[in-house]
Design a protein around this ligand. Structure first.
Ligand code: NAD
Ligand code: GLY
Length: 379
């Protein structure tokens, strides 16, 4: 079964399998996995050398532990440090990382290790996909967002001034190590942003999970078993969808719930800390549910439930919560037209018939979207 979950009771790790034939891999979820990363990497690829790609914040908290565990496993490594933030997913950093990988004499049979959030995972994974026409890579995600979403599924890439993630490749990791302990050093705002993607899985196709999140959010934010369950359930949901539709020829587009609006808002705010990716997704999911209600596809009560839950954990649910000014409805629509789901110039949205009932809507009336944006910008 795609996305099957196995629990190792002794070490308290959970393993979620991403089943993609020859490109299958494990997502290992547990505490203190950084300390055993060297052992796991040596087992995955005996004799490998490693190029670690990370950012300054993550390096400060977690790089020493990873390096120590590689040394203990007698793995040669070089660490490449980048600045933190969305702006790092750029052409110039792709060059920096690719050159650093080549300078460290990483061969085709060696490994790139992405230690960090989605920015590092997307950039390092993309570099790994092109250097020497493809080197394997391991994801060690250190944000909630990366653990539940970006480290899984093989989408890698960088941003263009034209829009988010417009340059990239599908390149599946060989292994994902989600060390829950690394989340203890994550700033609260970043944890909240990642939580938007957790909520997304409930809203897409798992109403029971959404109801559990409504009840369990305080425990999830406190860490411990509820946080572990939220990560594992999210990974299982994503692994199942990716296992059925690796290249997004259909169902995988559901994972973009909220992203058409969210990516436009991120572009409008210059990929800056005015709006984190997960915050854009939260706002985008609210707008997707509002659009669904406007088109009489779902009940207003569903919209209110989504808003209540996201606002309850401190995520933005109104456009006025974004600091600074935004373009008008047509400006936002124009940014949305760069979305990768646009087909023959027509916007494709992920809409919902209720909580856990998302679907792909191929012919959405642009006027309804413009009206919704106008209302949302005026609030
Ligand atoms: P991020 O990588 O920018 O990390 C957020 C911040 O937290 C950064 O400042 C980082 O330095 C810091 N940080 C990371 N781990 C830390 C830790 N353990 N302790 C302290 N600080 C830490 O952002 P993100 O939210 O992880 O990822 C967002 C990116 O992921 C976006 O570019 C988005 O497009 C991408 N994404 C990709 C996919 C995919 O399928 N490839 C899916 C979702 C999102
Ligand atoms: N985050 C969307 C996807 O992986 O398809």
């Amino acid at each position: 079964m795609p996305g099957a979950k196995k629990i190792d009771k002794k070490s308290k790790t959970e393993i979620v399998k991403v089943r993609l034939g020859k490109r299958s891999y494990d997502i290992v979820i547990g505490e203190n996995l950084l300390a055993e990363a060297g052992k796991r990497i040596a087992k995955l690829k005996p004799g490998t050398s490693v190029a670690i790609v990370t950012d300054g914040n993550v390096a400060h908290h977690h790089l020493a532990m990873l390096e120590k565990s590689l040394e203990a496993a007698k793995i040669a490594y070089r660490s490449v440090l980048l600045s933190a933030g969305e702006g790092t997913k750029s052409f110039s950093n792709l060059e920096t990382v690719a050159e650093a990988i080549l300078q460290s004499r990483i061969e085709r049979g060696d490994l790139v290790v992405a230690l960090g959030g989605g920015v590092i995972g997307d950039l390092a994974g993309f570099a790994a996909s092109v250097v020497r026409r493809g080197v394997d890579f391991v994801q060690i995600p250190t944000t909630l967002l990366a653990q539940v979403d970006s480290s899984v599924g093989g989408k890698t890439g960088i941003n263009s001034p034209q829009g988010k993630n417009l340059i990239g490749a599908f390149h599946q990791p060989a292994l994902v190590l989600a060390d829950l302990k690394t989340l203890d050093t994550l700033p609260a705002r970043e944890f909240r942003a990642g939580y938007a993607e957790v909520t997304k899985y409930g809203l897409i196709n798992d109403a029971k999970f959404f109801a559990w999140l409504e009840k369990s959010a305080p425990e999830i934010f406190a860490g411990g078993p509820a946080r572990a369950k939220a990560v594992a359930t999210s990974c299982k949901a994503k692994a199942a969808i990716v296992g059925r539709d690796e290249r997004e020829s259909g169902e995988r587009a559901l994972l973009n719930l909220g992203h058409t609006f969210g990516h436009a808002l991120e572009a409008a705010t210059g990929y800056s800390d005015r709006l984190l990716h997960g915050e854009g997704v939260a706002l985008g999911m609210v707008l997707a549910f509002r659009l669904s209600a406007k088109l009489k596809l779902c009940k207003d009560a569903d919209v209110q439930r989504v808003i209540k839950h996201l606002a309850g954990v401190g995520l933005p649910v109104k456009l006025s919560q974004i600091p600074g000014s935004l373009p008008g409805p047509d400006g936002l629509l124009s940014l949305m037209m760069q979305d990768k789901k646009v087909v023959r110039g027509k916007l494709v949205f992920i809409l919902a018939k209720g909580i856990g009932k998302a679907f792909i809507a191929k012919s959405v009336d642009t006027n309804a979207v413009r009206e919704l944006l106008k209302d949302a910008l005026a609030e």
